[in-house]
Design a protein around this ligand. Structure first.
Ligand code: SAH
Length: 375
């Protein structure tokens, strides 16, 4: 008898196991029925997950032991294994590097501000958008995350917040931003399902408010239109980084497909649908996109629109020639935008000493290069 080819023993890269968080209400009921459990267990499990942030059946002590065993492997396979967590900003910023079932690495960041706690999460392992200033963009795309791999980052963050793990009393996760690794709109079906779980009240989801969830995109125009039609009403952020196509073609390569004008028109369509303003993200890169005339051009483009500008001091990636704009240049950029009536904020630089929120932790490979854990 011949032995099976080795390939059957290889880990099935790219196929995360099914998890409760992948399923909607009907799917959950079907899954518990398959396991021979009564239908009401479906909502019981979901309440553990979405309201107590519990992902280990062994700790769901109101379930009979037989049911705990049955659901363990079938609905709660381990999705995210913590490689390490790093703290900064006096414990109010916590960045976690996760290893997925197939060895792929992703990261998420949890930040406590006065009045809100925000999780910054990843939608893909790696990213295919190739923006030259972004650490994740340099490594290319490994794979899309599953719905549950996205949702479980939020669960893990909510658990840390609830346990008082941000250097203070227990708190409630209030905001989620898709500004970790990946292009969320390039993983559309999984993203949309994850958004439904984030928004739905228990037992179907975490019950987060729609406007406190931000989806950040390079500007995939058809997907913006699709998201607008989905009635999810989450906040949209567009990574513009340049007001002119000539420069944006180089900073956000997908601009060669959808131009500045088309991207803004799609965002306008989104704003018209939700009635709320969108954000324009603009990384301030010294001598590249921070000239006064570009501020004027950006201001002219945005003045008639329902848009807000979020300037991000560039977080230089290892080996890059690029640096953040000087504060004086940044102030002048803000002044010119405000002179045109455009609202502007400058993002704070949380977690600089732990490699920011731009894929640098995963890019560093995890273990060897990181400073010791401080949790
Ligand atoms: N793919 C999505 C999410 C990416 S991360 C998007 O492009 O919008 C969220 C934001 O961080 C984006 O605006 C991205 O352009 C920006 N960013 C990436 N690398 C950065 C860096 N090194 N410094 C500052 N901002 C960066």
């Amino acid at each position: 008898m011949t032995s099976l080819p080795l390939v059957f023993d290889a880990p099935r890269r790219g196929r995360p196991p099914r998890h409760l968080a992948d399923l909607d209400a009907d799917g959950r009921r079907a899954a518990v029925a398959e396991l021979g459990l009564p239908g009401y267990r479906a909502d019981q499990l979901a309440r553990h997950y979405f309201t107590r942030f519990e992902h280990e059946p062994a700790r769901m002590t109101d379930l009979p032991a037989t049911a705990r065993d049955a659901v363990g492997g079938a609905l709660f396979p381990p999705l995210l294994t913590e490689v390490r967590s790093l703290e900064a900003d006096a414990g109010t910023t916590r960045k976690t590097l996760w290893r997925l079932h197939d060895g792929a690495l992703v990261e998420s960041v949890l930040m406590k501000y006065p009045g809100r706690i925000t999780a910054c999460i990843s939608s893909q392992a790696g990213c295919g958008m190739a923006c030259p200033f972004c650490a994740t963009g340099q490594g290319g795309l490994t794979r899309n995350l599953s719905t549950a791999e996205i949702v479980d980052q939020v669960r893990a963050a909510a658990r840390v917040a609830a346990d008082g793990g941000l250097g203070s009393e227990p708190g409630r996760l209030s905001n989620v931003v898709f500004m970790g690794m990946g292009e969320p709109l390039a993983n559309y079906p999984r993203l949309a399902a994850a958004l439904h779980r984030l928004i739905a009240p228990a037992p179907d989801g975490f019950g987060l408010s729609r406007r406190s969830i931000t989806v950040s995109t390079v500007g995939l125009v058809p997907a913006i239109a699709k998201l607008a039609a989905e009635d999810l009403d989450v906040t949209l952020a567009v990574s513009l980084h340049a007001p002119d196509d000539e420069l944006r073609d180089t900073l956000v390569p997908v601009n060669t497909r959808w131009k500045v004008g088309e991207v803004l028109a799609a965002a306008d369509g989104y704003a018209a649908r939700t009635g709320r303003r969108y954000s324009i993200e603009y990384a301030m890169i010294r001598g590249v996109n921070d000239q006064g005339w570009r501020a004027d051009l950006l201001g002219d483009l945005l003045a008639p629109r329902l848009a807000h500008v979020n300037l991000i001091p560039l977080n230089p990636t290892p080996g890059s020639q690029w640096d953040a704009s000087p504060k004086k240049v940044e102030r002048e950029f803000v002044r010119r935008l405000e002179a045109r009536g455009v609202s502007v904020t400058v993002r704070d630089t949380r977690g600089r000493d732990i490699d920011g929120a731009c894929g640098q932790l995963a890019a560093a490979g995890g273990d060897e290069l990181m400073p010791p854990l401080r949790v």
